[in-house]
Design a protein. Structure first.
Length: 279
């Protein structure tokens, strides 16, 4: 793995010129230390290059959350680019069982709230807009160069039987992309020998074959995969959840020895898959 704050790039390709590389390097170097601390596991340099993300593009970021990737993408895409946030459908949140009625109600205005927050991150970054899965505006059809689903599929898969949420999200990812556009997926990776109950998304992990099949059903063509976000130290048992690992460390707050063991593993083993919308 890369050192905490080191950066590296794949060999130069037709889709990633020197100027784009330098711009991304500058953006990544400018991030705060708590963001850089995750570079060793999230590889934003190699990941964005593998997906062919370049300045000036229109990019959809699913589940932008606290803005870890948003704060990288906004300056990298630049004022000539556009970043579109995408959140879960409002009617998916009650299925988690831990969101308060107030939090669920607030999700109804998420598009406006997130657009304002993201716009405040950076004065001279990409233009921002947003939608929620299940409510893609017709005006956005065919508008994006890339859709990034980074650690975003497991809950969609988990609740697929209760509302078709994974199918809906992938269908809308297909609709919003221009012909030839890229679907980039980074997802916690379940080993093939794990049970279907373990790898249904409820524990955070999905099998690669399941993800590829779901994307292909939506109409995407599988292009390539990379091990840039793989972590062989992550070997979960059938009882484990991905949130035991950093940065969440959800099972070791009162157990320093266990916490140290999990920190030594690092973040999860992740598949990195690139798909294409046919022209």
């Amino acid at each position: 793995l890369l050192a905490c704050c080191s950066l590296s790039f794949l060999p130069l390709s037709a889709g990633a010129d020197f100027e784009s590389r330098e711009r991304l390097m500058d953006v990544l170097k400018a991030q705060p230390d708590e963001v850089k601390a995750r570079y060793a596991y999230r590889r934003p340099d190699l990941t964005l290059q593998f997906f062919g993300i370049e300045p000036g593009m229109t990019v959809v970021e699913a589940l932008p959350g606290g803005g870890w990737y948003t704060r990288i993408l906004l300056p990298y895409l630049g004022p000539e680019g556009r970043l579109i946030g995408a959140d879960y459908a409002v009617d998916m949140f009650p299925l988690f069982g831990f969101f308060s009625p107030e939090a669920i109600e607030a999700k109804k205005s998420w598009v406006e709230t997130w657009t304002k927050e993201a716009g405040d991150y950076l004065e001279d970054g990409a233009a921002v807009s947003a939608f929620q899965f299940g409510s893609l505006p017709d005006a956005m059809d065919g508008s994006a160069d890339a859709v990034l689903l980074i650690r975003a599929l497991h809950n969609l898969a988990r609740f697929e039987p209760k509302g078709g949420f994974l199918t809906e999200a992938l269908d809308e990812a297909f609709a919003i992309l221009k012909p030839g556009g890229t679907l980039g997926i980074v997802q916690h990776h379940a080993r093939d020998d794990m049970s279907d109950d373990f790898s249904n998304g409820s524990r955070g992990y999905l099998k690669k074959g399941f993800v590829i099949a779901a994307a292909e059903r939506a109409g995407f063509e599988f292009v390539a995969e990379s091990d840039i976000n793989a972590n062989a130290k992550d070997q979960p048992s059938e009882e484990d959840r991905v949130w035991r690992l950093p940065p969440t460390l959800g099972t070791s707050a009162d157990n320093p020895e266990l916490r140290a063991e999990l920190e030594a593993i690092g973040e999860s083993n992740r598949m990195t898959l690139r798909f294409r919308k046919p022209e």
